[in-house]
Design a protein around this ligand. Structure first.
Ligand SMILES: C[S@@+](CC[C@H](N)C(=O)[O-])C[C@H]1O[C@@H](n2cnc3c(N)ncnc32)[C@H](O)[C@@H]1O
Length: 479
């Protein structure tokens, strides 16, 4: 059978550097290993630890990274459906996948391009790393995956991210030297899943590895062009193939030596290769970082390179730095103030929104973005989704968006409802709230909270119940 042949070829190819227990790991329990990253824009790691432990979830902090917790596999499904997940208090992310954004470590205010961003594990992490100060353009070619990206940005409450949908190979020419930092978490042959996905070996082939390596080279050049001179690019893959890792970085050094240098990545237990199948790699390549799969990381494989752009590349065409006419506009100051005033009157947020946020769109439908990220022009890039949905005008009045309520609902001092544990679970599953005993203003959206964390919004019906206004995608996650 083809998959048996591939299986044999795979292990023969990597046998020199794969840990011996990787093969026996096929039936190993640690494959179920899960870690979560705390959404530090909503809760501190110690507070989340207390909250989840008191709720009966078995989690323990990672020894190296305070914002990462290991989750007992028995409770990971329940945790994924919990009200704490709905509130966006954490995000499931493996320890290895946590590293590229940490290594990119953008500074507050810097502009970041996440070239292949969906479903957004690292975009949401980058957003939280800088307390949403500084724009992130999250790009991905795949529309379905962009929908998942938008979902995660909304759940995690990232108000400094704009989404675009380009083939990443074009971006370097469309937005040359527009970004201080670029993350290229590249599409790859996904060999980290060799032990996790049952039919992995049916689809794995050397031709696929080579095809991915070629695509990655083009994406690397695009990332290099999009990065400003003096800026930083982090390249990462979750695959073992040296063609997609050390060999690709060697290719980059061979072809673009005048424009970049590799920066050392200071991590312990670096397993970067010094040779593969007789091909020796220079000392520079040792600046990259390779994680081999092992039990303690749930059999994750990752490769990371950190590149500093030292010189500008020659321009691709004379028009490349012209700006595109963006389809989005900022609301006028007057309209913004009017919407923010309405918001403060109804919910008594007592926040000076105009200082920290801007609105994009128009009075009938708008998006909220952090002021420091509100620029809408990036070379010739067209943005598909400009920020976090804010609200829309309807015949029944102004309606706040679900993501807005999730992000800011805890700050409201009026028109919110604190519900109990049972109601919270029901609410997350899309059920209405019986409102008999609740004093609620008819016609005004109520922000729904549990233990002070916002879970969404609801509106009073004629029969006295509060209609749950959670979008179906969020309900599905809790079922
Ligand atoms: C490894 S995944 C990215 C994971 C993401 N960074 C995260 O942390 O959640 C690679 C992504 O590259 C996207 N992709 C594939 N080819 C692309 C291309 N030519 N341009 C832009 N994105 C591409 C895929 O749709 C996929 O979402």
């Amino acid at each position: 059978m083809q998959s048996n042949t591939n299986y044999a070829l795979f292990f023969e190819r990597y046998h020199d550097f794969l840990p011996t227990d990787f093969v026996s790991g096929l039936t190993h329990k640690h494959l179920e290993h899960k870690t979560l990253r705390v959404n530090t824009s909503k809760i501190s790691p110690p507070d989340l630890l207390t909250l989840l432990t008191q709720a009966g979830f078995e989690i323990c902090p990672d020894e190296q990274y305070p914002a990462l917790f290991h989750v007992n596999s028995h409770c990971s499904n329940l945790l994924a459906k919990s009200w704490q997940a709905r509130a966006g208090l954490f995000y499931f992310q493996s320890k290895a996948s946590y590293l590229p954004a940490q290594i990119l470590s953008p500074l507050i205010g810097e502009t970041v391009l996440d070239l292949a961003a969906a479903p957004g594990s690292k975009t949401t992490q980058l957003s939280q790393l800088r307390q949403e100060k500084g724009l992130i353009i999250a790009n991905d070619i795949n529309p379905k995956r962009r929908a998942a990206l938008a979902f995660n940005l909304e759940q995690q409450g990232c108000a400094n991210v704009q989404i675009s949908g380009y083939d990443g190979r074009q971006i370097g020419n469309l937005a040359a030297e527009c970004f201080d930092r670029v993350l290229l978490d590249a599409p790859c042959s996904l060999e980290t899943y060799a032990l996790k996905k049952k039919d992995f070996f049916k689809y794995w082939s050397l031709a696929k590895v080579q095809q991915m390596a070629n695509l990655q080279r083009q994406l690397l050049v695009s990332a290099l062009k999009a990065c400003k001179k003096g800026g930083t690019i982090v390249y990462s893959t979750c695959t073992l193939a040296p063609e997609e890792n050390e060999i690709n970085i060697k290719w980059l050094l061979d072809n673009y030596a005048d424009f970049l240098e590799l920066e050392p990545i200071n991590q312990t237990q670096n397993q970067v290769l010094s040779e593969f199948q007789g091909q020796r790699f220079s000392k520079q390549i040792q600046n990259c970082y390779r994680i081999l799969p092992d039990k303690s990381n749930g059999y994750e494989a990752f490769f990371i390179a950190k590149i500093r752009k030292t010189k500008s590349l020659p321009p691709h065409n004379p028009q490349q730095n012209q700006s595109a006419s963006t389809k989005y506009k900022h609301l006028s100051k007057k309209d913004q103030q009017s919407l923010f005033d309405q918001l403060n009157i109804v919910y008594q947020f007592d926040l000076d929104w105009q200082t920290d946020f801007a609105l994009i769109g128009d009075y009938t439908k708008s998006w909220l973005i952090c002021k420091s990220s509100s620029d809408l022009e990036h070379g010739q890039l067209q943005i598909e989704r400009p920020a976090l949905p804010f609200g829309r005008q309807t015949q029944k009045g102004y309606r706040l968006s679900f993501p807005f309520c999730l992000k800011f609902g805890h700050l409201a001092k009026a028109n919110y409802l604190e519900i109990d544990q049972k109601q919270a679970l029901d609410f997350c599953q899309g059920k209405n709230i019986p409102a008999a005993s609740l004093a609620v203003n008819p016609g005004i959206q109520q922000i729904i909270r549990h233990q002070g964390f916002a879970l969404g919004r609801a509106i009073l019906l004629n029969d006295g119940t509060l209609k749950n206004q959670t979008p179906p995608a969020f309900v599905r996650q809790s079922l």
